[in-house]
Design a protein around this ligand. Structure first.
Ligand code: ADP
Ligand code: MG
Length: 328
C-alpha cells in the first residue's frame, strides 16, 4: 500500500538520527530529548487555498509547507544550535501520481536539510479531498521573542527585502520567464525560514513576528499584542531591484506588494535605538522602516503624508488584501 511505501522512502530523505531524537520515524512515537524549554507551532497548507498546482511543483509544495512552519520558530528565536524537529501529517488525494508523491517527499527533505531540521514523525492518509500538509515544528529557547513587548520609541526594523514573493507569484501566473522574474518566483516557491537571524534578533529586540500575511497586517498584530501603535514610512521599505523591475514589467505596484503581500517570511522586530548598531553588525540588511508610538494601530505614511494602502495583508475568509491570490 502506497502510504507505507511513501513513509519508507521519505524517511530516508528526512535527515539522520542525532542526539535530540534517539528514536525518529518508524516507531509508534518519536522519542525526543530537549535541553530545556521548547517552542511548538503547527501549520496546515491546503491545495486550492494555499497551494496552487499551476505555479508550484510538488517539490515546491513540500518545501513551502515545511519552510513556512519553520518560519514561526525563527519568529520566536529558536536556537539553531539546538534540535529543530518536525512532524508532518499528509493528506494525499488518490489521483496524485506516485512520482509526484516522491517529489513532495524530496521537497520536504531538501527543506529539512537546508534548515538543519529533522523530520521525526508524522501521519499519512489517503483523502477524497485536496492535498493537505500539516507541519508541527519544535525548537528550543529559554528566552523567546514574542509579539508583545514593543515600547514607544522602539524602531521598527525588517530583515531582507519585501514584495519579492508576491511579485514572484504574479510573474509565475503571467508566465514571465526573465531572470529577475525568476529570482522573485524563487522567493515565492522556496522561502527560507530565517532561523539564524531570528536567534540573533531575539536576544536584542522587544518584540518580533515573521511576515507571513503582509507587513502592515503583521505589524498590526505586534501593536495589538503590545498595546502600542506604529508609524511606517513606506518609502523606506526595502525592495530588491529585481522585484522593482519585474513589477514594472507586469504593471504592478512593487511598494503595494511590499506593504501588503506576505509570503516573503522576513522578520519584523521592534528594537530600542541603542541596540540597532549591534544588531547591524550581525544582520545585513536590517532596515528601519518606522517607529513604535503611544496609541493603537498602524499608520502608513508616504513622504510624510498619511496614506491608506489598498492591500494590508492576507486574511482567511476576509475581503482584505490579496484574497484573490488564491482564487484567481
Ligand atoms: P501508527 O499507525 O502507529 O500511527 P503510522 O503507520 O501512521 O504508525 O506511521 C509509521 C511511522 O511513520 C511513525 O513513526 C510515523 O511517525 C511515521 N510517519 C508516518 N507518516 C509520516 C509522514 N508524513 N512524515 C513523517 N513521518 C511519518
Ligand atoms: Mg499514524
Amino acid at each position: 500500500m502506497r502510504e507505507f511505501d511513501w513513509i519508507r522512502k521519505a524517511a530516508a530523505l528526512f535527515g539522520r538520527e542525532h542526539d535530540g531524537a534517539p528514536v525518529g520515524i518508524g516507531d509508534d512515537c518519536a522519542w525526543l530529548r530537549f535541553p530545556g524549554s521548547i517552542l511548538a507551532s503547527i501549520d496546515t497548507v491546503v491545495e486550492g487555498v494555499h497551494l496552487d498546482r499551476r505555479v508550484l511543483s510538488p517539490r515546491d509544495m513540500g518545501w513551502r509547507a515545511l519552510a513556512t512552519a519553520l518560519s514561526d520558530l525563527a519568529a520566536c528565536g529558536a536556537d539553531p544550535a539546538q534540535p529543530i524537529q518536525a512532524l508532518i501529517s499528509l493528506q494525499l488525494p488518490a489521483e496524485l501520481p506516485d512520482v509526484e508523491l516522491l517529489e513532495l517527499a524530496e521537497g520536504l527533505g531538501e527543506c529539512a536539510q537546508a534548515h538543519g531540521c529533522r523530520v521525526v514523525g508524522g501521519d499519512t492518509v489517503a483523502t477524497p479531498g485536496p492535498l493537505a500538509i500539516t507541519v508541527t515544528v519544535l525548537g528550543c529557547t529559554e528566552r523567546p521573542a514574542l509579539r508583545r513587548g514593543a515600547a514607544p520609541g522602539d524602531l521598527v526594523v525588517v530583515t531582507g527585502s519585501l514584495g519579492s514573493a508576491g511579485v514572484g507569484l504574479a510573474a509565475l501566473r503571467a508566465g514571465d520567464t526573465g531572470a529577475d522574474a525568476a529570482a522573485c518566483a524563487l522567493a515565492y516557491r522556496r522561502p527560507r525560514a530565517l532561523l539564524a537571524d531570528g536567534w540573533t534578533l531575539a536576544r536584542q529586540v522587544s518584540a518580533m513576528i515573521d511576515i507571513s500575511d503582509g507587513l502592515l497586517q503583521d505589524l498590526g498584530h505586534l501593536c495589538a499584542a503590545g498595546d502600542v501603535g506604529a508609524t511606517i514610512d513606506l518609502e523606506r521599505l526595502p525592495i530588491a531591484a529585481a522585484t522593482v523591475a519585474t513589477a514594472r514589467r507586469l504593471q504592478l505596484d512593487a511598494l503595494e506588494h511590499a506593504a501588503g503581500f506576505g509570503d516573503d517570511y522576513q522578520l519584523l522586530a521592534c528594537v530600542h535605538p541603542d541596540r540597532l548598531a549591534t544588531l547591524r553588525r550581525h544582520i545585513e540588511p536590517l532596515t528601519v522602516i518606522g517607529e513604535i508610538i503611544v496609541g493603537a494601530g498602524v499608520t502608513a505614511r508616504r513622504h510624510g503624508m498619511v496614506v491608506q494602502p489598498r492591500r494590508r495583508g492576507y486574511e482567511h475568509g476576509g475581503e482584505t488584501g490579496q484574497a484573490e491570490r488564491n482564487n484567481s
